[in-house]
Design a protein around this ligand. Structure first.
Ligand SMILES: Cc1cc2nc3c(=O)[nH]c(=O)nc-3n(C[C@H](O)[C@H](O)[C@H](O)COP(=O)(O)O)c2cc1C
Length: 200
């Protein structure tokens, strides 16, 4: 499947085949695609919690206003971010380049995030948003469907997954075999309403 086909056919699916199991290789393939998503300064601040155990998916479904697609999906990925990743041995984000440019990069990175909680949080949202789309398109190209989700109790889900204090949950993506086609698209806005040449 080419990229445009994946983009055009990706939809948020609300009913999955509850009996379908993904292989660990398939799950790995999706995650290996996800980590190629771009991040500012290559900070790779996303952390992915993968859930396939039925009992946990049921609990997550209950914490998601009983949305059934959470328990029926084969895989739930909770996209989290480490707000302090900028300060956790950031040299490793540039391990492949020579020492001098690496040090410059790391200094600049630290300046961008040190004492800037809003920047740290914004970066969490940017990085996980990018990774979520990669996950959805990769899954689609493998014959799976997905639904991105924010309709859940963030605090209780955080407790369920032992979210560390300096991490945030950004969103979930559920992945599985569609058991029902999506309903008609809600309707896209016209480009003329949302695209501005040069300025608003
Ligand atoms: C950040 C985000 C959160 C969403 N949360 C939910 C959710 O909790 N439950 C759900 O069924 N769909 C959820 N959706 C899916 C949207 O309703 C869906 O993307 C939108 O209606 C457009 O439809 P499409 O994805 O099929 O193109 C969410 C989508 C995004 C991007």
């Amino acid at each position: 499947m080419d990229v445009f086909e994946a983009i055009n056919t990706r939809r948020s699916i609300k009913k999955f085949d509850a009996d379908h199991k993904m292989t660990s290789d398939e799950i790995d393939q999706i995650l290996k695609s996800a980590i190629l998503s771009p991040t500012s300064y290559n900070i790779q601040n996303w952390r992915f919690v993968t859930i396939t155990k039925q009992e946990l998916k049921n609990q997550l479904s209950r914490l998601s206003h009983d949305q059934r697609h959470v328990s029926e999906a084969s895989l739930v990925i909770i996209l989290c971010a480490d707000l302090n990743s900028w300060n956790k041995n950031p040299e490793r984000y540039w391990k492949n380049i020579p020492e001098e440019p690496r040090n410059t990069m790391v200094e600049s990175l630290k300046k961008s995030y040190r004492d800037k909680p809003q920047q740290q949080r914004d970066e969490a949202m940017r990085s996980c948003g990018m990774a979520a789309q990669t996950i959805m398109l990769a899954a689609k190209s493998m014959g799976y469907d997905t639904c991105p989700m924010k309709g859940f109790d963030y605090e209780k889900v955080g407790k369920l997954i032992n979210l560390p204090d300096d991490h945030v949950i950004v969103m979930m993506v559920v992945v599985g075999k569609a058991a029902k086609p999506p309903s008609v698209r809600g309707g896209q806005l016209e480009l003329s309403e949302i695209v501005f040449e040069d300025h608003f």
